[in-house]
Design a protein around this ligand. Structure first.
Ligand SMILES: [Zn+2]
Length: 354
């Protein structure tokens, strides 16, 4: 089964070296669970078969009550229900709502598949589970170990990041390894940050551009999982080391295409296109979800399973020209942004042709 997890494997593996036994055990259990789920054929919830039915992004949040077998989870809140007493249920419900509304209002997309796919969320999965994931049909949230990680429903950009993996799956289908995988990761961060900025009505200048600022407990010295504005600076602490993300092609990290290698560093090299999007948004100015978001979304739809950084950069330049005018400030901001991360756009073969 394909799993898109929010917690990068390099953080969990560093926690295996912690002096604190409880932290080590929670990290190990999370890593083992994730590996086991990847090997399973089916652990889906009872409604998974119904998700193909158009539902205008109808939300259902289930409570796993610390179990791991999704079919046993109970419905905690359905579309239109009043808030319940359990905060993670309401946060998942509201996070799904904000993400669905963003796609609908800003990008005119009807839920993840653009056909009204239902949004299913499972909270309180397992005990001390340090992850949240999208499995292609539903989003599942752990509560965190309470020492390093807190409950994963607290971060709107994490929720939007995971649902955006579904959007990518239903559009370009970028393969989850090496550069196409890092692009896949980056496009989820871009969507995650845009949904947060849109919901807070923040301009590109006002936004913090952090991903997962809320996933750590207050005891942990880390700003977030990642910084799109300054990749490589989200954390630097004794417990899990320094943020390994590069912000330029000169620092691209070559890693093996294995589970341990983060499939060629998909959560690491995503720093490069993340920084490019931040540079476009700050170069154009105003709201990231306007011109920058539309250029990126149209480029996602024009991409394929094996699109590489260079291909994507060239596509964003072409889309900026189509949408906002050839040679306009948007197109120039796109060129400058990719230059800023060490990617020079491919010159057109026939400059006078289209
Ligand atoms: Zn992801």
């Amino acid at each position: 089964m394909r799993l898109n997890c929010i917690t990068p494997p390099y953080i969990l593996s560093r926690l295996l070296d912690s002096d604190n036994q409880a932290i080590r055990e929670a990290a190990l259990n999370t890593l083992l669970t994730t590996a086991r789920l990847r090997g399973q054929r089916d652990v889906r919830g009872p409604m998974a078969a119904a998700v193909a039915t158009p539902g205008d992004g109808r939300r259902t949040i289930f409570d796993c009550k610390h179990g791991t077998y999704l079919p046993r989870a109970r419905i905690a809140r359905s579309e239109g229900d009043e808030p319940v007493s359990d905060a993670p249920v309401n946060r998942a419900y509201d996070g799904f709502g904000a993400t669905k509304d963003f796609y609908h209002d800003v990008l005119q997309r009807n839920s993840i598949d653009d056909r009204g796919m239902q949004l299913l969320g499972y909270v309180h999965r397992g005990t001390r589970y340090n992850n949240a994931f999208w499995d292609g049909q539903e989003m599942v949230f752990g509560d965190g170990d309470g020492q390093v990680f807190t409950d994963f429903t607290g971060s709107l950009d994490v929720i939007a990041h995971e649902l955006a993996h579904g959007v990518t799956e239903h559009t370009a289908g970028l393969e989850y390894h090496n550069q196409s995988g890092a692009l896949n990761e980056s496009l989820s961060d871009v969507a995650g940050s845009m949904v947060k900025q849109w919901s807070l009505k923040q301009t590109a200048d006002q936004a913090d551009w952090l991903i997962g600022a809320e996933v750590f407990t207050p005891d942990i010295d880390a700003d977030a999982l990642r910084s799109m504005k300054a990749p490589g600076t989200a954390f630097d602490n004794k417990l899990f080391g320094k943020d390994p993300q590069p912000d330029h092609m000169d620092r691209y990290v070559d890693l093996p295409d294995t589970d341990e290698g983060d499939y060629g560093g998909v959560h690491i090299n995503s720093g490069i296109p993340n920084k490019a999007f931040y540079l476009v948004a700050s170069g154009i100015g105003g709201n990231s979800w306007e011109a920058p978001g539309h250029i990126w979304y149209e480029s996602l739809k024009a991409s394929t399973v094996d699109t590489q950084f260079q291909d994507f950069a060239d596509t964003t330049f072409a889309k900026a020209g189509e949408l906002y005018g050839v040679g306009g400030p948007e197109q120039e901001a796109v060129r400058a942004a990719w230059d800023g991360v060490g990617i020079t756009l491919t010159p057109p073969k026939n400059p006078r042709g289209r």
